[in-house]
Design a protein around this ligand. Structure first.
Ligand SMILES: Cc1ncc(COP(=O)(O)O)c(C=O)c1O
Length: 347
């Protein structure tokens, strides 16, 4: 390896807790959260509800758990969930929707955003043969679409259909603050049309653990029961929530920097031979691109980057995703761009 420090572009989940987070964790006031007695968790939940403009919030172990308790709290087994075919819940959450919530998935086309007309058509009329629609799920930002954003208008259009059919809407907003920053709207506006939203502290916000589910007080009470069923009732967990409070205060205001870093990498990639990249998809902290070359596959490129101290993973033979985050500095971005030029366009 030519470089001393490793630049990890595999995911924003790779961030290590900041010094401020570690200090807050060490000093956190704690209590038994299952009994609602942890003041730090209570503060984090209140803050999350306030920022997302919902009545209440629930601290959960992960984005997956946040989505699952939301599915359980909104639906009944045997119902179906309408979601986009590339949704994280559909691809990567171990089929929890089927295995645990007992839902039938009805995936719809749309790279990042479903067409409201398709959603309406998928809400089958209630009749004896068909699973009734229990939930519509949106994802913002959209992971498999390269971190692209759903606008307030796109969210509202789907929620308007949902309201007419009396179907609740859940947003997997693991990175909803990135969407808010990129679209220059408050996150609560993106969440407002939906019934519930999950967001993650452990991704672009750089905290070590945890996610929050936000919604009405009644919905959160149900979600809390399901969290307990799933074994997610934690005790003196303020020790972790403390890092989340730091993340909301100190990381949120710097998310735009990560977007700028992703953009810089994307602009470099765009000029290199064999790279196919739709720059319009580079809206937040992700860069997804394809490599079409006879001399190199996507895994080959990642292996070459490793020689420069850059950690990246290929998704298949041609596809790669880079994610920028707090622990990738602007100087690191220069190093990445320079390595990409050297590997892909040696003169
Ligand atoms: C859009 C989206 N939702 C949910 C999750 C799941 O979060 P966790 O890994 O905390 O379970 C992820 C994880 O990357 C994600 O990208």
């Amino acid at each position: 390896m030519n470089e001393s420090t490793v630049i990890d572009l595999r995911s924003d989940t790779k961030t290590l807790p900041s010094d401020l987070m570690r200090k807050a964790m060490a000093e956190a006031e704690v209590g038994d959260d299952v009994a609602g007695e942890d003041p730090t968790v209570n503060e984090l939940e209140a803050r999350a509800a306030e920022i997302l403009g919902k009545e209440a919030a629930l601290f959960v172990t992960s984005g997956t758990q946040g989505n699952l308790v939301s599915l359980l709290a909104h639906t009944q087994p045997g119902q179906k969930i309408i979601l986009e075919q590339d949704a994280h819940i559909f691809h990567y959450e171990r089929g929890g929707l089927a295995r645990i919530a007992g839902l039938l998935a009805h995936p719809l086309p749309g790279h990042g955003a479903m067409d409201p007309a398709d959603v309406e058509a998928a809400i089958w009329p209630q009749e004896v043969h068909r699973a009734p629609t229990g939930l519509i799920e949106l994802e913002n930002t959209h992971n498999r679409a390269g971190g692209s954003c759903l606008s307030v208008e796109q969210t509202e259009a789907i929620c308007e259909v949902a309201r007419r059919h009396r179907v609740p809407v859940h947003i997997d907003g693991a990175r909803i603050f990135d969407a808010a920053v990129a679209l220059e709207v408050p996150a609560c506006q993106l969440a407002a049309p939906a019934d519930s939203v999950t967001f993650c502290l452990s991704k672009s916000l750089g905290a070590p653990v945890g996610s929050l589910v936000c919604g009405s007080a009644e919905f959160i009470a149900r979600a809390r029961e399901f969290r307990k069923i799933l074994g997610g009732g934690m005790r003196q967990v303020g020790i972790i929530a403390a890092a989340g409070l730091v993340a909301l205060e100190h990381e949120l205001p710097r998310l735009h920097e990560d977007h700028k870093k992703a953009r810089q990498i994307a602009e470099t990639l765009q000029e290199l031979p064999g790279v196919y990249l739709d720059i319009t998809t580079v809206q937040t902290n992700m860069v997804r691109f394809e490599l079409h070359r006879d001399d190199m596959t996507a895994p080959d490129l990642c292996a070459r980057l490793a020689d420069y101290g850059i950690n990246a993973i290929a998704q298949d033979a041609i596809r790669i995703r880079f994610v920028t985050h707090r622990d990738v500095s602007f100087a690191d971005v220069e190093r990445v761009c320079s390595a990409l030029r050297t590997v892909l366009a040696p003169d």
